[in-house]
Design a protein around this ligand. Structure first.
Ligand SMILES: [Zn+2]
Length: 85
């Protein structure tokens, strides 16, 4: 195995080949989930690498409402603050 591939930050996958032999494939790990910019809650958003995200339609990448960078709870509060300010 190449020295650069021995890193623990890479994910090792056991892959069975059609011949029955099992080999190790090395992949990058899944990126961490997107978080709310205000409270840090996990957002309901595609958790993929950039190259994979580019293959998805825009509507599947983020919620189709205003302020997609916040969770729904924070969005309501921010909108209220903006209206009242
Ligand atoms: Zn939030």
């Amino acid at each position: 195995m190449r020295r650069a591939l021995r890193s623990r930050s890479l994910k090792k996958m056991q892959v069975r080949l059609p011949s029955g032999k099992t080999v190790v494939h090395i992949k990058k790990r899944r990126p961490s989930a997107a978080k709310c910019g205000r409270c840090g809650a996990k957002l309901n958003r595609a958790r993929l690498r950039k190259t994979q995200l580019a293959k998805l339609p825009k509507t599947k990448k983020r919620p189709e409402r205003s302020l997609p960078e916040f969770c729904p709870k924070c969005m309501r509060e921010v909108l209220k603050e903006r209206v009242r300010a």
